[in-house]
Write a protein that binds this ligand. Structure first.
Ligand SMILES: [Zn+2]
Length: 144
């Protein structure tokens, strides 16, 4: 899948906390092994019970657009040929309270609406510096 913001746009730097989110083949969120709380972004400690016993939750990757911003002005020279693009906040059906930020594919950026159902899709790119295979979650509008 072609990257929404272009192949030259910065990639996330992987670390122990975000590696599952950015390398899994399903939407992977952090979940507390003690109280089952799901949180994002991943942290060292559960924000609900303060446990350090944290694991992963494999989400179905289905959500709803809660907010949309249409970017029409390139804020960086690398984005000059990428505008307009949409930035969305997506609530996750099987992870209540979680909002994920991303871009939208499948519809024109100015056609994204609050309330649109979306499903996760992944931009796959190899980081040329580290060799890591990175999978960036993005959102595809699903309309019947
Ligand atoms: Zn907990």
């Amino acid at each position: 899948m072609k990257r929404v913001l272009g192949d030259d746009w910065v990639l996330p730097a992987l670390d122990a906390l975000n590696r599952a989110f950015f390398t899994s083949d399903v939407l992977t969120l952090q979940q507390c092994s003690r109280c089952r709380h799901i949180q994002h972004p991943p942290e060292d400690v559960c924000e609900s019970c303060q446990s350090f016993e944290l694991g992963n939750f494999a989400s179905a990757g289905v959500g709803c657009v809660e907010s949309v911003a249409l970017v029409t002005q390139a804020v960086h020279p690398l984005l000059g040929d990428r505008v307009p693009y949409a930035i969305v906040l997506v609530s996750i059906a099987d992870a209540p309270g979680i909002l994920l930020t991303g871009n939208v594919v499948g519809v024109e950026p100015d056609d994204v609406r609050i309330g649109d159902p979306v499903t996760v899709v992944f931009e796959e790119v190899r980081d040329p510096r580290s060799g890591d295979e990175i999978r960036i979650p993005q959102w595809q509008v699903v309309r019947g």
